[in-house]
Design a protein around this ligand. Structure first.
Ligand SMILES: NC(=O)CC[C@H](N)C(=O)O
Length: 313
């Protein structure tokens, strides 16, 4: 039996003095203030045991990782109807790219790029007021994590509302194609509040349990097994923007990153994993977070592409 606590403590120690730490995002001013020396990791095993290392209890801005929770809520609200308005293919483009929207008639490639997540928010607002949708999201992640202290960082939400010019362009552009139905400001306000959720590695790994557990978290069914499998498939193919292929190649787990430097990764049936290191690579994914996950899967054999001997292969 591998000692997971010792394993991740070892990885945290190895990466402590890494010199290629990536660059902290600065286009959202409050994110630029986070020191690049922060590093946290949390692993929740299928049996419920939790292992943490480094700054695993410190909340950080989960940013695009919220797109996983928003997608889950939207699928719950409208089911497969969602796929009329957003695709399921990797974009091969940057997270905030606009280029494909012109030739693809305002239909974003997938729900994990900004354009796709903005459409997902618009879908949620088809049934709820922004305040209700934000409240629903907060209740959802609190329940998934089993932790009522999770909050939204209003400073981050406001900073994105004050800047966020690319997101405004994306939303307006999609509105021109008829793929945003609500008021652009309200849709974006909701989107920015989702992105501004602050969670620690422990809270995030706890919240990811339903994706590890075939849709079940802590004995409660959150989504069907089929839906959990499909969300994992989207995370594998699209969770890291134009870096998704490389993430699958190196790590081999469904994962979703955010520009706050967090990554949620899922080893189905085995573990839910969160890692945080604020420095980003050129595609906007945590540089050391990916390296830490790569080392973890190399040492545990948790990649989904690993032959599972227990299944008689
Ligand atoms: N990749 C990300 O985490 C991007 C999210 C960020 N809030 C944005 O919209 O730009």
């Amino acid at each position: 039996m591998t000692d997971i606590s010792a394993l991740i403590a070892g990885i945290a120690e190895e990466l402590r003095f890494a010199d290629n730490r990536g660059k902290v995002a600065n286009y959202i001013p409050p994110l630029a203030l986070v020191p690049d020396t922060r590093f946290g990791m949390a692993v929740v095993m299928a049996d419920g045991t939790v292992h943490t290392a480094g700054d695993a209890e410190e909340p950080f801005s989960i940013q695009s990782i919220s797109k996983v929770f928003a997608l889950t809520l939207a699928l719950g609200a409208v089911g497969d109807q969602l796929w009329h308005r957003v695709g399921r293919e990797p974009s091969g483009s940057a997270f905030h790219s606009i280029v494909q929207l012109e030739t693809e008639h305002g239909i974003p490639r997938n729900p994990f790029i900004n354009a796709g997540a903005i459409v997902v928010c618009d879908v949620l607002l088809g049934r709820l007021q922004p305040r209700e949708a934000i409240g629903q999201m907060l209740r959802f992640v609190r329940e998934l994590a089993g932790d009522d202290t999770i909050a939204i960082d209003e400073t981050v939400a406001r900073a994105e509302q004050d800047g966020g010019f690319r997101n405004k362009a994306l939303a307006n552009y999609m509105r021109a194609f008829g793929n945003i139905e609500g008021e652009v400001d309200l849709v974006l306000g909701t989107y920015f509040h989702f992105c501004a959720l602050a969670m620690s590695c422990r809270q995030l790994a706890m919240a990811g349990r339903f994706l590890m557990g075939g849709g079940v978290s802590d004995g409660h069914r959150v989504v069907t097994e089929k839906r959990a499998r499909r969300i994992n498939a989207l995370m594998m193919s699209c969770g890291h923007y134009d870096n998704s292929g490389d993430f699958a190649y190196r790590i081999g787990l469904p994962g979703k990153s955010g520009v706050g430097g967090g990554i949620l990764a899922v080893a189905p049936g085995i573990a839910s994993i969160a890692v945080w290191s604020p420095g980003l690579n050129a595609s906007g994914n945590s540089q050391l977070g990916q390296l830490a996950l790569e080392r973890l899967v190399q040492r545990t054999g948790w990649s989904v592409f690993e032959p599972r001997l227990s299944q008689g292969l």
